[in-house]
Design a protein around this ligand. Structure first.
Ligand code: PNS
Length: 175
């Protein structure tokens, strides 16, 4: 096949901690997957940040909740986002913005990633239904037995309940 016949694959990535994935993340993933031929959702492992779920557990929850999207691929990576992009021929990162408070940090990262490797970032406004939603809040609510069924997909709800039960068995502080 000649270069002129080859059709370029439009590829993008959504990086994040996904500890765990929420309906807010899934809204952005679904919408970004409509815009590109292939969307890679990459779980970034940050050893200096404590997480509730292992990278493999986070990957499993993402796989389950994006199974309906044929062009979404899930991966796990440790390192710089731009190194992942370079290695996988990904020119653009897609990020959701919930509120203006997200903007400062996201702009800083976007400019740094563009400066480091020419990788651009597209910001997508979060669905207002999820503008208050954060994995950290979901974890706190679930840890104390609150109802998170409107905030996360079913498998995540199940895994959160299991983890909360384990933590409460472990001791009075809940782990
Ligand atoms: O879901 P999060 O915790 O907001 O995701 C943050 C994440 C993983 C996207 C960010 O920490 C990141 O990009 N980590 C990879 C390391 C990296 O590339 N750092 C330099 C950013 S300029």
């Amino acid at each position: 096949m000649s270069d002129s016949e080859r059709v370029a694959v439009r590829r993008a990535m959504c990086p994040g901690s996904f500890d765990p994935v929420t309906n807010g993340h899934l809204d952005i993933i679904d919408r970004a997957a409509e815009l590109y031929d292939e969307l890679v959702v990459a779980v970034f492992v940050n050893r200096s940040k404590s997480s509730l779920f292992t990278a493999d557990e986070r990957r499993e929850m993402l796989l389950d909740s994006t199974a309906h999207k044929a062009n979404v691929r899930i991966d796990v990576f440790q390192g710089l986002v731009v190194d992942y992009c370079r290695a996988n021929d990904i020119p653009v990162i897609v990020k959701g913005l919930r509120a203006i408070s997200d903007f400062d940090y996201e702009l800083q990262m976007a400019q740094m990633n563009r400066g480091l490797a020419g990788v651009d970032t597209l910001f997508m406004p979060t669905n207002p239904e999820y503008s208050f939603l954060a994995s950290s809040l979901v974890k706190e609510i679930a840890n104390w037995g609150g109802d998170v069924s409107a905030l996360v997909p079913p498998l995540v709800r199940k895994r959160l309940a299991e983890r909360a039960a384990e933590r409460h068995l472990d001791g009075p502080e809940g782990g």
